[in-house]
Design a protein. Structure first.
Length: 122
């Protein structure tokens, strides 16, 4: 009977026993599977930071004691706004689709103008 040395996918040690085994024991299988399923921490942290930055940019544009303002795409981009990331959308009764970053939202207007609003309903 030919002997083929199989190595554990987790720890790399030779596996004893059945040929279809991929791990030396349950512990190695669990460790391996947990790593495969682990949420990439850096990815989540980066997205959270981007969302917070977007939110702070929107907040900074609205004058004190006001609820909304108009701004341009260029101004948002110069501030480092990332249009790919937002937390949720809101469809107004008029059919306008606002994008929110937490409690601040924006609506794209014509000609690269944007309406920036302080959110009430989240
Ligand atoms: Zn192992």
């Amino acid at each position: 009977m030919p002997t083929e040395i199989r190595l554990c996918q987790n720890c790399g040690k030779p596996i004893q026993g059945r040929m279809d085994k991929k791990f030396c024991d349950d512990s190695c299988r669990n460790t391996y599977n947990n790593q495969q399923n682990a949420i990439p921490v850096n990815l989540i942290r980066n997205i959270n930071n981007t969302l917070k930055k977007n939110r702070n940019i929107l907040e900074s544009l609205i004058p004190a004691n006001e609820e909304l303002t108009k701004t341009t795409r260029e101004r948002l981009m110069r501030a480092g706004f990332n249009f790919r990331f937002f937390t949720h959308t809101y469809q107004s009764k008029k059919g306008n689709s606002y994008r929110y970053c937490y409690d601040f939202g924006y609506l794209e207007l014509e000609g690269d103008w944007f309406l920036v609003v302080k959110g009430k309903d989240i």
